[in-house]
Design a protein around this ligand. Structure first.
Ligand SMILES: Nc1nc2c(ncn2[C@@H]2O[C@H](COP(=O)(O)OP(=O)(O)OP(=O)(O)O)[C@@H](O)[C@H]2O)c(=O)[nH]1
Ligand SMILES: [Mg+2]
Length: 247
């Protein structure tokens, strides 16, 4: 069952965490009060500059893609529940690396998040743009573990052509997609709802879409549920979790 479990942190203060994948235990198991993140096992794995440096293609993987500076790394940090997990930058278009993170080992081969280099930054030299395209082509063509793509879109801009191209890429790779219209804190409720409605109309059933803000946490639960549905843990494993937590 999915739900929120109140727990007491190491300092004794009462905090709320979300366990997306298991029923909260009636009696906290040892170590339970040390869980500070929605994904306590999450760790940075590797940065790759070329396809040959990608981590082994096993388990499940969800990629976060979006325009430069749209808020990909900030979204990952909030969803995972760690402040400095993926690096947030003020200078767009700097890094052209594919960053791999392990989320957990809940399926054989593990579940990973991938922070892709941002696209659409006009001042990037042609050579860098070519490198980006080759890297993305390599990534989408070969990752069999890629089960979903989260496309991060600045709500003030709405869906643009490069976002549509990314969604088409995901579709061609046979991946489900979910769009986060982020920086929702920058727009009024009415304006945000308008962009959401337009995106829903355009995407239809091809992708999920929602409002999000890494600043005020708008849409956090919905985004976590969407992430889980992009990399589902088999029911047999979930049943095992429940059995463990009931001991
Ligand atoms: N107000 C607001 N600012 C945000 C939000 N998300 C990200 N930012 C800011 O936007 C800037 C870019 O955020 P990043 O998370 O680094 O964006 P990115 O897409 O990973 O950027 P690149 O990796 O350079 O492509 C930073 O200054 C963030 O603080 C949000 O939801 N609301
Ligand atoms: Mg980033």
């Amino acid at each position: 069952m999915r739900g929120e479990a109140p727990f007491h942190g190491p300092t004794g203060d009462s905090t709320t965490i979300t366990r997306l994948w298991a029923r909260p235990p009636a009696v906290p198991e040892p170590g339970y009060n040390r869980i500070m993140s929605a994904y306590p096992e999450a760790v940075f794995l590797k940065s790759a500059h070329q396809p040959s440096q990608f981590v082994p293609d096993e388990g499940m993987e969800v990629a976060f893609a979006g325009r430069s500076n749209a808020g990909k790394s900030s979204a990952i940090n909030l969803i995972v529940g760690r402040r400095q997990f993926a690096r947030v930058s003020r200078t767009p278009g700097r890094t052209q690396l594919v960053n791999f993170f392990v989320l957990d080992e809940r399926v054989p081969g593990g579940r990973r998040l991938v922070d892709l280099p941002g696209y659409g930054f006009a001042r990037v030299p042609v050579k860098v743009q070519r490198h980006w395209r080759a890297l993305m082509d390599g990534y989408f063509a070969q990752r069999r573990s890629l089960t979903g793509v989260v496309v991060i879109v600045d709500v003030r801009r709405g869906l643009l052509d490069l976002d549509r191209q990314m969604l088409a890429w995901a579709d061609a790779a046979g991946c489900a997609a979910h769009v986060l219209l982020t920086k929702a804190d920058k727009l009024s409720r009415g304006a945000g709802a308008g962009v959401l409605q337009a995106a829903r109309r355009e995407l239809g059933r091809s992708a999920g879409v929602q409002l999000f803000s890494a600043l005020d946490r708008t849409g956090l639960e919905e985004a976590r549920l969407a992430l889980e549905s992009l990399m589902p843990v088999p029911v047999a494993t979930l049943a095992g979790d429940d059995a463990l937590t009931q001991q």
